[in-house]
Each structure stands twice: as C-alpha cells, then as structure tokens.
Ligand binder design. Structure first.
Ligand code: SF4
Ligand code: SF4
Length: 368
C-alpha cells in the first residue's frame, strides 16, 4: 500500500481520534485503532476495510467540518479502501482498472452481451435464436451446452482465482499474526450477520442522521439472494450431471425455486441499496468511489432481473435473445468482480478476522 494523500489524511484523522476516543464504542475500527501508536499505510488499509461507512462517527464528531480539524473518517476511509482494492488486485497490471471501474463495468457488460450474441449468430441460424423451444434441453437449441458451460466456467474460475489472490495480498500486508482458528467463529458471526451495521440494535445513521436498519436489511437481501442464486446453479449442475435432467426446469424444481427466491432478493437488495445511496447525506461520502459502487449494484440488479425475465418468458420466441442477454450480464459480472467494489466482501471478512484475532490475543494476555 503506497503513501497517498488519502492515506496521509487517514493517518491525521486516526491520530486525532486516538487522542479523543469518543467513538470507541461505535464499531470495530476504534478498538482496533487504540492498539496502535503509529499508523503505517498497511495499518490504515486494514482499519479502512474494517469501517463499513455507517457515518456514525461523522455525525457524532465535534471535530467534523466546519471545525478547523475537518475530521471525516467515513469519507477518508472510503477513499483509502478504494486505493487498497487497487493496491492488492491480481494480476498487478489490472489495478489500473479500478480507477475506471464504473465505465469499465458498463463496457465489459456490453462487450459480454455482444460476444454472446455474436457467438449465437456464428453457431446457430436465425430461426434457432428467434424460434420457440420447449422441453428439456430447450436452452441448448439456442446456445450449445458445451459453449455455454466452457465460457462460463473459465470466467468463473478466473474470477475466483483473482479474488483469492487479491485477498491473499491484502491479508499478508495486514500483518495479522497469531492463531486463526479460535478467532474464526467470532469473525464469521460478525461478517454473516453484519453485526456492525446493526449498531447496538437501532441500526446505523444511514442514509441520514436518523438510525435505521434499512441498509443492513437490503445488504442481507442482496448477499443471501446472491448465495441462493449460486445454490440454484449448483442444484442445476447436479440435476444435469448426476440425474440426467436438463434445463429449463419445471417451476416446482429446486433450481427454479432457489433461483427465483434469490433473484427476487437480489432485486430488492440492490434496488434498495441504490435508493439509499441516492438519498444519503453526501457529507460523509467519498464521491470518487460512488461510480464504481453504483455500477456494481446496477450489474447485480441486471443479472437478477434478466434471469427472472428469462424464467418468465422461456416458453416464448424471446427466449433466445433473453438467454444471450442474461448470459452476457453473468459473464460480465464474473470478469468484473475482482476489480470492483465486490472485493469489499472478502477484504472486510479478512479485516474482521484480524480484529477478532487481536481481541483473542488481548483476552489471553489480560490477567484474570
Ligand atoms: S471521529 Fe471525532 S469524535 Fe469520534 S473519535 Fe474521532 S475525533 Fe473523536
Ligand atoms: S463510519 Fe461507522 S464504521 Fe466507519 S469508522 Fe465511523 S463509526 Fe466506524
């Protein structure tokens, strides 16, 4: 992690916060901060990824603008987080993609769709694309099964590898040490329940100064919707390869039930988060990071929406084009994930794990 203007500003803020400590009960950042006297760039990257931008400390801060100290922890940490995503991305030459992630997301999505449609045109005749297909294997009358699975698998595996390597880079730099296993249950609980977004039970002051659970609920809907869609794809893979059952599946089948519920939850979650961003108080927000955040939410929304529209209209002549558009969005999402705000998920989980390890070590050292 390089020294940048945002890293310098984060250091200044943390030095003032470390003397003040008014916000130490607000979130995981302040107890972790108190273990430091100096703040190296790597420490600030770790603390920034521990912050979830609730703005609680901003609204409580007596040194926030217009005070001459101008302390704005959420906006400063959002910029440092975005820089940490770029600093740890794999492979390294792709780090520049972060700077233009909003544009990139849209461009890759469009290219993905165009590529799929082109593939269609080359592999199939017009009537196959625009015809009505019914029964098991109907999708493969439009796009051959092998082409569909090969392209999606390569994109998915690349995405997994790039995410894993980026997270490994972040973890190594964070300087975490000590046993991982005892801290794992606490870190998993904090990550999966979004405990910090719940505040002390009233939620967090987002999108405005009033406390609300809205962000936590929409975030849950998006996250668990995504997992349900992944479970639907896994169920379809088992049906295809182990049971010899071919898509499209009946309404009462596991892939459709899981995918339908997951798609609806993703639409609710992403639309809700976009709405909250639009109405949020702009003061504690880093505007430079907003484009990429909107673009990722929009792409997740599109993946879910095109999936549900395809499900509803799969028995019509629109199925071929809808299938191509949905696959284009899915493909674009896989390729873009490691270079988008999505890395927030594994980086934040890693930061929570390091924080849990620190608490565990402290508890062991404290005399009873
Ligand atoms: S954000 Fe402000 S009030 Fe909170 S600890 Fe920092 S300086 Fe103190
Ligand atoms: S914005 Fe919220 S999560 Fe981030 S440091 Fe402030 S209180 Fe903690």
């Amino acid at each position: 992690m390089r020294e940048t203007e945002a890293v310098g500003e984060a250091r200044r803020a943390m030095e003032i916060c470390n003397a003040c400590r008014y916000c130490e009960g607000y979130c995981a950042v302040f107890p972790a901060m108190e273990l430091h006297r100096d703040f190296a760039a790597a420490d600030l990257s770790y603390l920034a990824n521990l912050c979830h931008g609730c703005a609680g400390c901003f609204h409580a801060c007596q040194y926030a603008p217009p005070h001459e100290f101008g302390i704005n922890v959420p906006a400063t940490f959002a910029t440092v987080r975005a820089e940490s995503y770029a600093a740890h991305a794999w492979p390294a030459p792709f780090t520049r993609l972060f700077a233009r992630s909003g544009t990139l997301l849209a461009a890759v999505c469009a290219l993905g769709i165009a590529a799929i449609l082109l593939l269609l045109a080359m592999l199939q005749s017009g009537p196959a694309i625009f015809g009505t297909h019914a029964g098991p294997g109907a999708f493969y009358a439009v796009i051959p099964y092998g082409a569909m699975v090969d392209v999606a698998s390569i994109a998915f595996l690349y995405s997994l590898l790039a995410l894993a390597m980026g997270t490994r880079n972040f973890w190594r730099e964070s300087g975490a040490n000590g046993p991982v296993i005892p801290a794992l249950p606490r870190a998993l609980h904090d990550a999966l329940t979004l405990r910090n977004l719940g505040g002390g039970g009233d939620g967090c002051p987002y999108p405005t100064e009033a406390f609300s659970q809205a962000r936590r609920l929409f975030h849950h809907a998006m996250f668990y919707g995504f997992l349900l869609c992944f479970a639907a794809t896994s169920a379809a893979t088992i049906d295809h390869h182990l049971l010899g059952l071919f898509a499209p599946y009946p309404w009462a089948s596991l892939p459709v039930l899981l995918g339908g519920a997951g798609g609806l939850a993703m639409i609710l979650g992403t639309a809700g988060l976009i709405y909250l961003k639009i109405i949020a108080d702009p003061a504690p927000i880093a505007r430079a990071a907003l484009g990429g955040e909107y673009a990722l939410l929009a792409l997740l929304f599109l993946v879910a929406l095109t999936g549900l529209v395809l499900l509803a209209l799969r028995g019509t002549g629109a199925m071929g084009v809808l299938l191509a558009v949905h696959l284009g969005c899915v493909l674009a999402l896989f390729l873009v994930l490691p270079y988008s705000k999505f890395v927030h998920a594994p980086y934040r989980a890693a930061a929570l794990l390091r924080a849990a390890m620190q608490r565990h070590a402290e508890a062991r050292e404290t005399p009873r």
